[in-house]
Design a protein. Sequence first.
Length: 288
Amino acid sequence: MAIAKLSSMVDLFFPRACALCAEILDEDQRGCLCSQCLELLVPLDNPCWKCGAPRGEGLQLGQVEKRKKPARSCRWCNNRRWLFQRVLSFTVYAGASIPAVRKMKEPAYEGLTRQLGDRIGDWLTGQLLPPSEQPILFAPEHYDAVIPIPQHWFRKLTHRYNQADVLASRVGAAIDQPVRSKWLHRSRWTQKQGMKTVVEREFNMLGAFRAGPSKAIRGKRLLLVDDVMTSGATLHQAANSLRSAGAIHVDAVVFARGINASRVTPRHPPANKHGPSESSPDFLRKIH
């Protein structure tokens, strides 16, 4: 009772504000987001089965490509050879999700990360959408463990916070699967991906991960968790390490799916009579 009264007094003098729009939250509003911002963070409608991108060429966000049967890939991934089976993306990296992703990376907004992790968990377990609109064929019992995308040890030492760890803990709790953060390690420092092209991102992430003990991973079906996917290079290399250690199936779930058409690898790159160069998509697919 005393704690509740103290909390009310604190809210009176220091009212809680929405982490995204800074509007004052109602007294009965739980979490870090107002109802208006929550309504903006909605699951993608009819995403690509393979990479989780909004489906359909030339469509505006929110529009849906009409198909009699769902395709297994889209314009963003039908020329890519990834080592994960598929990505489940909660929303697209646009509008309100942009500041949400940026703030999730900061320790001061861990509460926001927890709330969005719970929202992903509710989505995966069918509490946000009617049965006809659930994530395609998602079955929590299909997986043996949840694995967050790790940080390099030096960043972890200085930052003391990893948003993927927080998201993974909430998703793992929602789907009743253990989180195994020690099954994947960042083996070297990597530059930030933000302003790089797709090819540069792929080079940047080569050899960036090292799997944990093969005895524990062998024969397992795993679910990677991260805050955002754009080129897929990070998830691809993480899945590569886990599969090399013996995992038989790797999927991923992310809060937001980034799309940048100007940086997508061309579907049919120009032919090179001297063979693929070390910066060409063909070369990258071979070394993968």
